[in-house]
Design a protein around this ligand. Structure first.
Ligand code: G4P
Length: 520
């Protein structure tokens, strides 16, 4: 292989591509805004918040559309800080939580887990955490809202460790919370940072009560271990308040230093280091109808290797054809700008006349593809059938295209292949699907909600070899893999107990694939 140029090595070492995972209301919007303020990417507070408020106003399709437009334009926020080039991936939350949220995480090199100090781990955080865990992505924790009454910090650490099965290392340590909050001690730099709104704001000596906690942490806590952080086995924990902008800059500094630059990517040709001399990347998200006037689609590509330049000619591996990428876009808030070049870790928006599917590989040299992106267990299932038989063709075309785009998961019932079951991660995802089937394909259909909430991909391909209960449904996914649908966790446990020889995966992703993602 050619020697990588110093320039590309430098660009890669500056890149940090990450996502924030959290439960709604933990403060993601507020933290994002403060991070952007640190980087000088925005100059006044309220910009990101404005986005959030307009997102909350949702009633009819136009609002959904508008909201999607807004959430799309912020698919990635890019900013510079302290010599780093930062790509902050937006993970849609709230009511537009969908499979996109999970897929976005496949484009991240690390994740920041944001936790409300009064609430601890909440369900959405847990789900997103599991996706990061599966890929061995390093996870950094920010425990937020210390300016409000919070749970005991030891308790919070204990909860993270036992619920998520990850070790914790507090990078700083708080003294009290809410109206009593006094500040944090930076363990890494050995420095007391008083909370500016506290009674002891001017006192640079730490409160006496701190010593005991620090001793306990030193004696009983984990050891700081970069290797474990890199493998996603230990999470550095920071305490602070996003709203008061307290602890955010310190967090960002230490996070950037510890978080990984773009890692080698696993492909059909083995691991490709980011500094490989030729460009390649994969599509992780496709957004249709970003502009209602033009009905356009944009495919988002994460650069995996090499340097991308505008106007570059690339191989589209699945289609076996060559494309010229003339108008790549990058995005910030409401604006789109033409992008001239990009490096590993960067995200490019490509206009999509229908060429792209989730997981597609584009590369300069061709001849290989990135590992397929996993599908994730939907939480809502609907059985659908066409109402107007004359529209049969449109109905199936719509189903196929929207499933390829990743807007819906399609399953067919085993032994009754004409029965179509659709799976969605979020409710809004179904509304959007229904609307698009009607407007883009003219297909109307009847729908019956099904009582399932979990899907498990099976390690075997023999439907008759499974002991099933009548509450479950056996289906095949779009790639013909066997999947079982369950109404609740209890039914999943029952099936596992009765079928000990079978493995049950919550995504289409297999552990061998996960193992392949860990660096050699
Ligand atoms: P999200 O994107 O994760 O959903 O959370 P968001 O930032 O919108 O924050 C949710 C609520 O929590 C907001 O209050 C926000 O001001 C508040 N918040 C975020 N970080 C902190 C913090 O460090 N300390 C305190 N005390 N509050 C915090 P809201 O009342 O819902 O909205 P707003 O009226 O403040 O805009």
């Amino acid at each position: 292989m050619d020697q990588p140029s110093t320039q590309i090595l430098e660009e890669i070492s500056k890149r940090r591509t990450f996502a924030i995972i959290s439960h709604p209301d933990a403060g993601k919007t507020t933290l994002t805004e403060k991070l952007l303020l640190c980087g000088g990417a925005i100059h006044q507070a309220g910009v990101v918040k404005g986005k959030r408020l307009s997102r909350k106003a949702t009633s009819d399709w136009m609002e959904i559309e508008k909201k999607r437009g807004i959430s799309v334009t912020s698919t990635v926020l890019q900013f510079e800080y302290g010599g780093y080039h930062i790509n902050l991936l937006d993970t849609p939350g709230h009511e537009d939580f969908s499979e996109d949220t999970y897929r976005t995480l496949t484009a991240a090199d690390s994740a920041v887990m944001l936790i409300d100090a009064a609430k601890g781990i909440e369900p959405q955080t847990l789900k997103l955490f599991q996706v990061c865990r599966m890929r061995h992505v390093p996870i950094f924790t920010f425990i937020n809202k210390l300016d409000r009454d919070s749970r005991d910090p030891f308790d919070l650490l204990q909860e993270i460790e036992s619920t998520l099965n990850i070790l914790t290392y507090p990078m700083n340590w708080p003294v009290a919370s809410g109206s009593e909050f006094q500040g944090v001690y930076d363990r890494h730099r050995g420095r007391w940072q008083p909370y500016p709104r506290s009674a002891r704001a001017d006192d640079l000596t730490p409160p006496a009560s701190l010593a005991e906690d620090l001793l306990l942490l030193d004696e009983a806590g984990e050891i700081f271990d970069r290797q474990q952080i890199a493998q996603g086995e230990l999470t550095p924990v920071f305490f602070g308040s996003a709203l008061a902008n307290f602890g955010v800059a310190t967090f960002l500094d230490q996070f950037l230093e510890l978080a990984p630059a773009p890692r080698p990517q696993h492909t059909s040709a083995g691991f490709l280091p980011a500094h490989t001399s030729t460009f390649s990347g994969f599509i992780f998200k496709i957004q249709a109808n970003m502009n209602p006037q033009h009905r356009d689609r944009v495919a988002f590509l994460r650069v995996g290797t090499g340097r991308f330049e505008r106007g570059m000619t690339v191989r589209h591996q699945r289609l076996g054809r060559t494309l010229t990428l003339a108008q790549p876009q990058n995005f910030f808030a409401q604006e789109r700008a033409i992008l001239d070049q990009a490096y590993p870790g960067d995200i490019i928006g490509l206009f999509d006349p229908g060429y792209f599917r989730i997981g597609d590989t584009l590369s300069e040299r061709g001849g290989f593809h990135y590992d397929p992106l996993p599908q994730f267990s939907p939480e809502h299932f609907v059985s659908v059938s066409v109402t107007d038989t004359l529209k049969h063709k449109q109905f199936h075309k719509g189903l196929q295209q929207l499933s390829e785009e990743g807007a819906v998961q399609i399953f067919r019932v085993v032994n009754r292949t004409e029965d179509v079951v659709l799976g969605f991660v979020g409710r809004l995802q179904f509304e959007v699907f229904e609307y698009r089937m009607q407007t883009e394909y003219g297909a109307s259909f009847s729908k019956t909600p099904l009582p399932y909430q979990h899907a498990r991909w099976l390690s075997i391909d023999e439907p008759d070899a499974i002991q099933k209960s009548y509450t479950t449904l056996l289906v095949r996914d779009a790639d013909d893999r066997l999947v079982m649908l369950f109404p609740d966790e209890f039914a999943v446990r029952w099936a596992k107990e009765k079928n000990p020889a079978i493995e049950w995966f919550p995504t289409s992703y297999r552990p061998d694939q996960a193992a392949a993602e860990v660096m050699p």
